[in-house]
Design a protein around this ligand. Structure first.
Ligand SMILES: NC(=O)c1ccc[n+]([C@@H]2O[C@H](COP(=O)([O-])OP(=O)(O)OC[C@H]3O[C@@H](n4cnc5c(N)ncnc54)[C@H](O)[C@@H]3O)[C@@H](O)[C@H]2O)c1
Length: 379
């Protein structure tokens, strides 16, 4: 008989819904317990998924009382490191934490250390690695369908850590998890802009170079259009990738665009429409995690070491802007260089007044920050 994994969720908002959908789709998990500051958020989950879970207003009580195999961490970014460290100390088999991995590389390091020390598998939710279009594009590139990749180009929005850690992770995935060698970028920040309490820029441009010589470009909040995916330029062809479609142009296609919309292992593109990327990504991510835990697979595509590198690439953009130089990885700066720039007065907002572009997500009486009860490291 297959043993089902017992899951608890910390932070029952939008993204946690996709985690639960993924767990339930695989049929390999039981969602046993929920933790949120807001009782209504947990009630919504039970109603939506027909669950009978135990509710906790204090996630520590859930971690202590529930003998969980897997913990999902879906609070805002600044809760990721403290809750991962707290959960790891209780030694579940695995933690699935949302992206961006942490608000600083130093905190991301702490997550790796805590999970390593307690033998806990740590996955970060860059779930698009499980989209069949992304995997097809990766295979086409590996097989030389467009020759040698020279450029990957993507367009971001709503903050590099939020949106473009996905881009950085995708670049590496498409290139067979090649390492990024250096980063050069610049940011504009005239307004005091935050995203889920993380300081972000008003706009950014970034160039990355990878070990094999390919380069990538992100324009974020510089043009009106943005999307998850990429234009990939090779010496012998082109790929245009979105979350559900791969368009390929090379000599074999006769120099015209050939379109592929591959179905997933769990869901069909046509049946799910816009929901496809979320449902298929979450289910694939959860299924591979169950395999990793069972030992039938020796790693996970979304293992935290990959997410760390995506965060490092993004923080290297900020560090490049701060130091006015090309930043060679690994990045040595452990705090968020954008915070450093702003707090030192180097990049003071010219139009004062902090605002958060995700403030609309907050429930109840909380107006600023949503993780005030999260455990804190010693000062
Ligand atoms: N992988 C993706 O594509 C993707 C997409 C969207 C969001 N995300 C990530 O998911 C995370 C959550 O975003 P969201 O949009 O779901 O936010 P949300 O505001 O909808 O949900 C966050 C939930 O966490 C709860 N919470 C806050 N502090 C808590 C605490 N101390 N204990 C227990 N619960 C607590 C809040 O009450 C809220 O219900 C973010 O880090 C975001 O970057 C990832």
């Amino acid at each position: 008989m297959t043993v089902r994994l017992r899951v608890g969720i910390i932070g029952c908002g939008n993204m946690a819904r996709h985690h639960v959908d993924g767990y339930l789709t695989t049929g390999r998990y039981d969602v046993a317990a929920l933790a949120d500051l807001d009782e209504e958020a947990m009630g919504d989950f039970d109603a939506r998924f027909g669950l009978r879970t135990t509710h906790y207003r204090d996630a520590r009580l859930m971690l202590d009382g529930e003998r969980l195999d897997v913990v999902s961490i879906c609070t805002w970014h600044t809760g990721h490191a403290p809750w991962t460290v707290t959960a790891a100390a209780r030694r579940p088999k695995a933690i699935l934490c949302e992206k961006p991995m942490a608000e600083t590389l130093g905190r991301a390091d702490e997550m790796l250390v805590a999970c390593h020390r307690n033998s806990v598998k740590l996955v970060i939710g860059h779930q698009r690695r499980f989209l069949p279009a992304y995997t097809l594009a990766r295979e086409l590139i590996a097989r030389g369908a467009i020759g040698r990749v020279s450029w990957l180009v993507s367009f971001g929005s709503q903050g590099l850590p939020n949106y473009s850690t996905h881009h950085a992770d995708m670049f590496r995935y498409l290139l067979g998890d090649e390492e990024c060698r250096w980063v050069m970028g610049n940011v504009e920040r005239k307004t005091d802009r935050f995203e889920r309490t993380t300081r972000i820029e008003d706009g950014a441009v970034a160039v990355f170079e990878f070990a094999g010589g390919a380069r990538a470009l992100i324009l974020a909040d510089i043009t009106p259009a943005f999307f998850q995916g990429a234009h990939v330029y090779g010496t012998d062809g082109l790929i245009h990738l979105t979350t559900d479609t791969v368009q390929l142009l090379n000599a074999e296609t006769g120099g015209v665009w050939q379109s592929h919309r591959p179905d997933g292992r769990f869901f069909k593109v046509a049946a799910e429409g816009d929901r496809f990327e979320w449902r298929e990504g979450a289910a694939g991510q959860a299924d591979e995690l169950a395999d990793w835990i069972a030992g039938t697979r020796d790693t996970h595509r979304g293992r935290a070491e990959n997410a760390y590198k995506a965060l490092e690439m993004i923080h290297a953009v900020y560090e490049s802007a701060r130091c006015h130089e090309r930043v060679v990885l690994p990045l040595q700066t452990r705090v968020n260089p954008l915070d450093l720039m702003v707090e030192s007065g180097h990049l003071a907002p010219q139009r004062p007044g902090a605002y958060d572009i995700r403030a609309f997500l907050l429930r109840g009486e909380r107006l600023w920050g949503d993780d005030e009860t999260a455990p804190r490291p010693p000062a």
